[in-house]
Design a protein around this ligand. Structure first.
Ligand SMILES: NC(=O)c1ccc[n+]([C@@H]2O[C@H](COP(=O)([O-])OP(=O)(O)OC[C@H]3O[C@@H](n4cnc5c(N)ncnc54)[C@H](O)[C@@H]3O)[C@@H](O)[C@H]2O)c1
Length: 269
């Protein structure tokens, strides 16, 4: 018996990194997976996003776990594409029980050096993209009357300010406002909404941010490690996926509006 037997999870940004870890962790507990990702580069951020072969690998790995998997190339900034991805998931699997909003970008620049294009892209991917996924999944959950789980990946940058990341921080604080408002709206329907707040996670975002800041990746990792209370440089994507699994499972059925830190004690300091 898996903790998510019979469930369907739609996960954004699932071609690689934490999104893939969520897909494999949830599939390992019996969920079928709709993996959403853009699978191409954008003019911004200043590093590469996932590639189509990353998505193929995620889908293949889920299938190797014995679960059904759907990979859908979707830009989470685009309402029509997100609506179509949700419709395709329901047409294929019949329902959606779990939504994980995870697709995101990061960058480093001083507030006054951020261009209008960078600001708008950051907010569009990291905040509007989360809202759009909820906008199209929630009516389905309400109509089905079976409750549901919505998990949104914020960051420690959604709990504190960070130098050189004002647009990223603004997007991640915005996610908390979105999630807490949704938690109010959906609690009477037994749909929980919670946020994850990881510290630095060992994924492609870290060298991407270092490149943007013209820093050595080791220097950026050293800066992050220095902020931790627990002795670790970066946490692993699976550490975040374990927390999401708990929030998605019946074990957390009465947990909503929670801001869950996976921060190696960063917020203690
Ligand atoms: N890695 C960290 O240190 C860290 C820390 C805290 C929070 N986060 C957050 O975790 C989430 C996952 O990031 P990750 O660490 O796995 O990085 P990642 O870059 O490996 O994964 C992000 C995924 O989102 C996808 N994506 C980006 N823009 C998209 C768009 N417009 N439409 C659809 N998909 C898009 C990318 O292709 C990529 O597969 C992000 O929201 C990020 O902000 C990361």
């Amino acid at each position: 018996m898996g903790k998510l037997d019979g469930k369907v999870a739609l996960i954004t940004g699932a071609a690689r990194g934490q999104g893939r870890a969520h897909a494999l962790t949830m599939a390992g507990e019996g969920a079928d997976i709709a993996a959403i990702d853009i699978c191409r580069d954008l003019p911004y951020p200043r590093y590469s996003l996932a590639k189509p072969e990353d998505m193929t690998e995620t889908v293949e790995l889920v299938r190797q776990l014995g679960q059904r998997a759907l990979g859908i190339e979707t830009d989470v900034r685009c309402a029509a594409e997100v609506e179509a991805a949700v419709a395709q998931t329901i047409a294929t699997f019949g329902h959606i029980d779990i939504l994980v909003c995870n697709a995101g970008i990061a960058d480093m620049a001083l507030t006054w050096d951020i261009t209008e294009e960078w600001w708008d892209t950051m907010i569009d991917v990291n905040l509007k993209g989360y809202w759009l996924a909820a906008k199209y999944v929630v009516p389905h959950m309400l109509a089905r009357k079976q409750g549901g789980r919505i998990i949104m990946t914020s960051s420690v940058a959604g709990l504190r300010g960070e130098p050189g990341m004002a647009h990223y921080c603004a997007s991640k604080w915005g996610v908390v406002g979105l999630a807490k408002s949704l938690a109010h709206e959906l609690s009477e329907h037994s749909i929980t909404v919670n946020t994850l707040h990881p510290t630095g996670v060992d994924t492609d975002i870290i060298p991407g941010m270092a490149k943007a800041a013209a820093m050595a990746t080791d220097d950026l990792v050293g800066f992050i490690e220095n902020g931790h209370a627990l002795p670790v440089k970066l946490v692993d994507a699976m550490d975040v996926a374990s927390a999401a699994l708990w929030l998605a499972s019946d074990d957390a059925r009465y947990v909503t509006g929670h801001t869950m830190k996976i921060d190696a004690g960063r917020m203690l300091k």
